[in-house]
Design a protein around this ligand. Sequence first.
Ligand code: TK8
Length: 353
Amino acid sequence: MKKKLGLFLSTAILALGIVGCGGGATPTPETPAPGGDTTTEAPTEVKTMRAGIGLNDQHPQYKGLVKFKELVEEQTNGAIIVETYHSGQLGDDRTMTEALQLGSQEITIPSTAVIANFIPEFSVFDIPFLFPNEEVADAVLGGEVGEELLSRLADQRLVGLGYWENGFRDLTNSRHPVATVDDFKGLKIRTMENQLHLEAFRALGANPTPMAFTELFAAMQQGTVDGQENPYATIYLQKFYEVQQYVSDTHHIYSPWVFLVSKSFFDGLTPEHQEIVTNAAYEAGAYQRNMNRETAAEYLANLQAEGMTFTEVSPEARQEMVDTVAPVIEKFADQIGRDVVDAVFQAVAEAQQ
Ligand code: TK8
């Protein structure tokens, strides 16, 4: 626990080194013996981990995955090969998580919002306006509560190796600027497949539709939905500015991802390889989180440069949003589990002291 926490909080240390690193271009599955110690025997058995994500190869999530690949292949001297697949090539967050349960895929990094369909307690991290900033999110996700929830994944034949950062979600749409609760009225908004998100947007007056990320761009292009919500990095790198006109800094949910491994695959590894895979997931997670934070501001500027109209939400208007969704949070607290909700609220409060 202490070691993982150390790794989780090593964001600051890593920050110093990040400027020089960059992920590679679209990788193809490689066969080792990879760099590092060439004198070492080639492994007698090579295991392959198929790692799929929904975002494209320009996104910090993919750069983090490439970092994970490099660490694992290096430290296992090629005994474990990581094949990386981006842009939903292997499916969406839900179908890839199911593939891990079946053992037909080894790694994916889905949103907690989708994992909540497998373990409802994970919806606690999708409570709107829960985290006031990244630092508090780090403390809670990297703390007792965050790790305890990860341990519950075993019941679903999954292993959770830490949280990666999607980030604060902001609303975009193609109809009009959104500055207040009133502006949500009637907007057809795509949400992730999560009941709490759906009901929160319904409470704001929007007309929400749950949809897999892999279907989102086409749905916006065809006008099936008017808008969606994601962090600036995703809005820019997935080129949503081609099909969306307006962006508002609603910052309504801090969205974590979970680094998931198929339990049947993980249990089949030697303790030494389990340790290497675990440490690599936490180290690459810190690397990804830093990259996310170092580049966030740049993405909003890029969106405006691409012609999107930016609307700043005033503190009063955001408070109106908080008050509007509060009854929904109250309703879901029982579904999520009062003990979990209370523990997380307490951890959030402590992290701000
Ligand atoms: C990508 C998703 C995405 C999420 C969403 O697979 O679905 O909007 O924010 O990042 O996990």
